[in-house]
Ligand binder design. Structure first.
Ligand code: NDP
Ligand code: HEM
Length: 485
């Protein structure tokens, strides 16, 4: 050992005499309970893991900035969207269904979760690389995820389970079209878009309200694997995407995305051609053209994966003044679910961890709890007459809007185009090139040809795709060798 190296200590800072040998009775004898260094080492190792995320377990991330280049103050008063504003951020990418250690290149949507450390608190945009989702009611989310994960009996993924759920949930068709296209196997996280997906509320200083959607468009260009290439890349290197991002940033090749917004006047929502809060739908660009408003750049790798990536805690409920939730039922469900899972997965004080804590000062009356080290002092309650923090009701002025209706459990289809298949059809008919269509058909056929997929399920698969487009259904029918019901 050289003089420059520090002496190993216990976690209490006490120097330890050996990194290799436990204290024993004689060199070959049994060990002693008094060897508290050994006991601390083993006991701590036994507790190294926190539960992995119930979804989006495998991922990676990086730090960067969002710079706003356009004036959107007519739509929102959020300081983070002020022209010229630069805000530090952390972005985590992920797959959805795989566990920690799963192949990055698997066919799956990709998470695109942005934590903006604004001067008005953390604003999290927790989106995916697709602008839509499989379902429109959070009631179905646990069931949907169970169908994508593993069977109860043999702990295997099961394509029959996936197609069974999808074909019995026709609102999934739009998202499954994108998932089964080559966008379901992106070449890298740098080469895909991110979408806030939900509709959010924006309100300005004059208390006028708008609905907004976010799109982070990759400046590296869209690049995808084919299904075969993705499987080969994953077999070669399950960490392909983590490595790609880390290496690019390490070499100074900093990826960027252009932030676009689609803005809908508040009043348009009521009689728009479909429910603008339905997460299975995009807003067509011709109705609400995307506006470029800034650039997101990733420029710094995390230094400690567990501390900064594994313990990163995103929550769609982190909304700053000038931004609010919409009636999107999925978003409403998510507002509850994320902080709930963080308290379980990491602990009540997860917001004290460096990656999660805001950069602005926190003046909260929440206190105590497991592992709290930065506890607020007196006064410990509000209202008080001791100069404690006071809430400012004017901050959220403009966020309010009226809602009335009966309490029901249903989904009214009040708008002319509230169907399940129209936008998937537009994607197939108008947007996809011939090669995209060929790959979509091949990917569907390969996936639904897995040995566990039952014939009756295959029949429904054909019907499902015929509902999107007759040509698509006919081609899937030929590929699967079944006619449909
Ligand atoms: P547009 O032609 O104006 O927009 C088409 C959009 O589709 C572009 O944003 C493009 O994103 C994206 N796109 C292009 N190729 C593919 C592909 N192979 N798979 C998935 N997306 C692709 O039409 P509309 O706005 O009327 O939308 C038509 C359909 O396009 C929708 O039904 C939806 O399926 C899909 N789409 C629409 C989006 C929207 O927000 N309007 C966003 C993404 C998809 P890019 O520029 O990144 O290639
Ligand atoms: C992660 C729930 C829908 C994107 C998670 C996690 C939960 C969850 C519990 C784990 C969080 C953690 O442990 O840190 C739900 C529920 C949904 C829903 C209940 C619907 C009702 C969606 C949708 C999107 C999305 C629609 C995208 C538009 C993500 C992302 C992550 C995630 C990106 C990973 C965040 C990270 O990187 O840490 N979700 N989710 N989820 N979800 Fe959802």
């Amino acid at each position: 050992m050289t003089d420059s190296r520090p002496v190993t200590t216990t976690d209490s800072g006490i120097p330890v005499p050996s990194d290799e040998f436990s204290q024993s009775v004689g060199a070959d004898g049994p060990l002693l309970l008094q060897d508290h260094y050994l006991i601390q080492k083993l006991a701590h190792f036994d507790r190294e893991r926190v539960p992995e995320r119930v979804v989006h377990a495998k991922g990676g991330g990086a730090y960067g900035t969002l710079e706003i280049t356009e004036d959107v103050s007519q739509f929102t008063k959020a300081d983070v969207f002020r022209r010229g504003k630069r805000t530090e951020l952390f972005l985590r990418f992920s797959t959805v269904a795989g566990e920690l250690g799963f192949a990055d290149t698997a066919r799956d949507p990709r998470g695109f979760a942005v934590k903006l450390y604004t001067e008005e608190g953390n604003y999290d945009i927790v989106g995916n690389n697709t602008p839509i989702f499989f379902i429109r009611d959070p009631q179905k989310f646990p069931d949907f995820i169970h169908s994508q994960k593993r069977r109860a009996d043999n702990h295997l993924h099961d394509n029959n389970m996936q197609w069974d759920f999808w074909t019995l949930s026709p609102e999934s068709a739009h998202q499954v079209t994108i998932l089964m296209s080559d966008r379901g196997t992106p070449y890298s996280w740098r080469h895909m878009n991110g979408y806030g997906s939900h509709t959010f509320l924006w309100y300005n200083a004059a208390r006028e309200k708008f609905w907004v959607k976010y799109h982070f468009k990759t400046d590296q260009g869209i690049r995808n694997f084919t299904g075969t290439e993705a499987a080969a890349a994953g077999a070669e290197d399950p960490d392909f995407h983590i490595r790609d991002l880390h290496e690019a940033i390490r070499k100074g090749d900093h990826p960027t995305w252009t932030l676009q917004v689609q803005v809908m006047p508040f009043e348009d929502a009521a009689d728009y051609r479909f429910n603008p809060f339905d997460l299975t739908k995009i807003w067509p660009h011709e109705d609400y053209p995307p506006i470029d408003i800034g650039t997101l750049t990733l420029s710094r790798n995390p230094e400690n994966y567990f501390a900064e990536v594994e313990q990163a805690a995103f929550e769609p409920s982190n909304l700053v003044p000038g931004v609010g939730a919409s009636p999107d039922k999925m978003l409403q469900g998510r507002l509850f679910s994320y902080p709930d899972t963080h308290r379980y997965r990491i602990g009540a004080n997860y917001l004290q961890l460096p990656v999660n804590r805001p950069k602005n000062a926190v003046h909260s009356y929440n206190r105590d709890g497991s592992m709290r080290y930065d506890n607020p002092g007196d006064p410990v309650y509000a209202p008080n007459s001791f100069a404690g923090p006071v809430a400012d009701p004017l901050l959220l002025a403009g966020e309010h809007y009226e809602v009335t209706g009966e309490i029901v459990r249903s989904a009214h289809r009040l708008h002319a185009e509230d169907d399940d298949f129209g936008q998937a059809r537009a994607l197939w008919e108008k947007v996809m090139a011939d090669t995209d269509r060929d790959h979509l058909v091949a990917n569907i056929v390969a996936h639904a040809s897995a040995p566990e997929v039952r014939t009756e399920t295959k029949e429904r698969v054909v019907d499902y795709w015929r509902s999107v487009h007759k040509d698509l259904g006919d081609r899937v029918s030929r590929g699967l060798g079944v006619t449909g019901q």
